[in-house]
Design a protein. Structure first.
Length: 280
C-alpha cells in the first residue's frame, strides 16, 4: 500500500504551497530573496500570476530538491492560444525568476527543474481522460555527447484532460472532483474521504476550500491572467480555408475543430468578418 497523503505532503513538499500570495521581483535591483511565491513580476516582462506553486524536498535529507512545480486549473480549452504554449511560457518564467531568488551572477548550476501541470476541466470529448507530457530532450546530430540528463532536462509541461465521468477512475477522477465547478466543498470532502481514503483534517479542509475558490474563479471568469482573446485567430483562418477550398459550411468546420457551443457565436462572427461579410 502506498503512502497516505499526509506522509507525501510532509516528505515531499517544502513548506506550504503558494496560492495567490505575494509577488517576486525578477529585476536585478530586487536583490536576493529566498523562498517560492506564486506571482512572477518583472518591470521588463510584466506580471504572471500562478494558481499554485510549491517546491519539492528530498525525504531522506530534508533538503530542497531541484524541482519547482506549478499547478493551473484551466476551464476554457479554446482561450485564443494553445495551452501547451502557455505552459512552456510559464516554465520559462519559473526558470528566469530564479535569478536573484535561487542563483546570482553566473551560478547557473543552481538552476532548479520546473514543471507546469495544467488541469483542463472542460476539454473536447476526444481528449477526455488523457495525460500528456512535454519536455526537453537531447538529440546527437554528429557523434555522441555524453552528459548528465539533469543538466538540460529542466522544463516539463503536463496536460491533464478530465471528462468522460462514466469511464474515469483513480487520479483522473480525484482531480475531477477537486476541480469541479459545480460540486460543493461538502460533497467533495465526502467523496475524497470515502473513495480515496483522504481524511479531512483542518489543514486539508482549508486547502480544499482554496481549490474550490480557485476552480470557481476560473470557471466564472471565462478567461484568466490577462489572456482575454475570445477566439483563436489561427483556428478562424483554418475554418475560412476549409470553407473556401473544401466547400464545407461553417457548422461542419466548427464540428471539425470541436468548438464548444458557448463559443460558436463568437467564431461565426469572426469567420464572417474574415470573409468580409457582415452579420446581423
Amino acid at each position: 500500500m502506498g503512502e497516505d497523503i499526509h506522509a507525501i505532503a510532509e516528505k515531499y513538499i517544502e513548506g506550504d504551497a503558494s496560492v495567490s500570495t505575494e509577488p517576486v521581483h525578477l529585476d536585478e535591483t530586487a536583490g536576493f530573496v529566498k523562498g517560492m511565491r506564486n506571482e512572477s513580476t518583472s518591470i521588463r516582462e510584466g506580471k504572471t500570476t500562478f494558481d499554485i506553486k510549491f517546491r519539492t524536498i528530498l525525504p531522506e535529507t530534508r533538503e530542497g530538491a531541484d524541482m519547482v512545480i506549478n499547478v493551473e486549473a484551466q476551464n476554457d480549452f479554446y482561450p485564443g492560444y494553445r495551452i501547451e504554449k502557455r505552459g512552456v511560457y510559464y516554465t520559462c518564467r519559473m526558470i528566469s525568476e530564479q535569478y536573484g531568488t535561487v542563483f546570482e551572477e553566473s551560478e547557473y548550476q543552481k538552476i532548479k527543474k520546473v514543471a507546469s501541470i495544467w488541469i483542463c476541466t472542460n476539454p473536447p470529448k476526444y481528449l477526455y481522460n488523457t495525460i500528456a507530457r512535454y519536455s526537453l530532450e537531447k538529440t546527437n546530430l554528429v557523434g555522441e555527447i555524453k552528459d548528465d540528463k539533469k543538466n538540460y532536462d529542466l522544463i516539463t509541461v503536463v496536460m491533464v484532460c478530465l471528462g468522460g465521468k462514466e469511464r474515469y477512475t483513480g487520479l483522473l477522477k480525484m482531480l475531477d472532483v477537486l476541480f469541479s465547478q459545480q460540486m460543493e466543498a461538502a460533497e467533495k470532502k465526502s467523496i475524497l474521504q470515502d473513495e480515496f481514503g483522504i481524511p479531512m483534517t483542518r489543514n486539508l479542509e482549508g486547502g480544499l476550500e482554496k481549490v474550490c475558490n480557485l476552480s470557481k474563479g476560473v470557471y466564472n471568469s471565462g478567461y484568466d491572467n490577462g489572456f482575454k482573446k475570445a477566439v483563436d485567430t489561427t483556428t478562424v483562418q483554418y475554418i475560412v480555408l476549409l470553407m473556401k477550398n473544401k466547400n464545407m459550411d461553417i457548422e461542419e468546420c466548427l464540428d471539425t475543430f470541436h468548438i464548444p457551443e458557448t463559443k460558436r457565436d463568437e467564431y461565426r462572427k469572426s469567420v464572417m468578418t474574415e470573409l468580409g461579410l457582415t452579420t446581423c
